[in-house]
Write a protein that binds this ligand. Structure first.
Ligand SMILES: [Zn+2]
Length: 249
């Protein structure tokens, strides 16, 4: 696919440095095989993520910005294995830039992936991979921007840079790798709703922006991702429970 969205995103750069950096900090341990054991908001919350996005029937909200308002910048970070996905965190707070929602500024705190995608579109569409760019505001609120990847003939240059490094972090607890990350400006239609973190502790009140049109990657790229991260890492869909899902104009 060669849509403007895909073209913009495939321009995204991940420049690499070969320096090794300090010890990985293991994240909270949980299993996708036993989500009933996640507890807390994961078990008892009622505005959880991920959800199905009924694109065909959701309301278009003309008050929403046409594209998400981001100011992403290239900066140093580290790539490590968070136990279920590759994750990139900025070396310095705010190093990867910001997302602004309803006038509030959120800094990027990490970039990670789920395989297959967690959100579905119109029930039947579940893409092969979903990238989450996680952001936090000064008062601790969380905003998540999700981007889908789908199989096609055009490789993703963003993933390509990144895939070469995955074998080095395929073991949980392996040494993080220093990277320079540049996330390109996300453009295109998106859905907005309020949900939760999709991993424990499943904290609620998370502002979600889900980009609706996927970026293309090749079968070979997906195979290489799965070679280092073979275990599925998508949480089951959660009920909407009356929430309003808005689409960008
Ligand atoms: Zn995630």
């Amino acid at each position: 696919m060669d849509s403007p969205t895909a073209a913009a995103w495939t321009k995204a750069l991940l420049l690499l440095v070969v320096t090794l950096v300090a010890q990985a900090q293991p994240d909270q341990e949980f299993s996708y095989s036993f989500p009933q054991n996640w507890g807390g908001d994961c078990t008892y919350g009622n505005v959880q993520s991920p959800i199905n996005i009924p694109r065909a029937t959701s309301l278009v909200d003309t008050s929403l910005p046409v594209n998400p308002i981001t100011n992403y910048t290239r900066n140093a970070g580290k790539l490590y294995n968070n136990g279920y996905s590759p994750e990139i965190v900025p070396k310095h707070p705010g190093g990867f830039g910001t997302l602004t929602i309803d006038g509030k500024v959120y800094k990027v705190i990490n970039v990670h992936f789920h395989q297959p995608a967690e959100h579905t579109i119109n029930v039947f569409i579940r893409y092969a991979l979903e990238m989450h760019i996680e952001h936090q505001s000064a008062n601790g609120d969380i905003a998540m921007l999700a981007v889908f990847f789908t199989q096609g003939s055009t490789p993703s240059s963003f993933l390509e840079k990144f895939l070469d490094l995955l074998p080095e972090i395929s073991e949980s607890g392996s040494t993080p790798i220093a990277v320079n990350l540049k996330l390109d400006k996300p453009v295109g239609k998106y859905a907005r709703y309020t949900g939760s973190l999709s991993t424990p502790p499943c904290t609620e009140g998370v502002k979600w922006i889900v980009m609706l049109d996927p970026i293309t990657m090749t079968r070979n790229q997906l195979d290489r991702y799965r070679a280092s991260f073979p275990t599925p890492s998508a949480r089951f869909l959660k009920p909407i429970n009356g929430r309003v899902i808005r689409l960008s104009p």
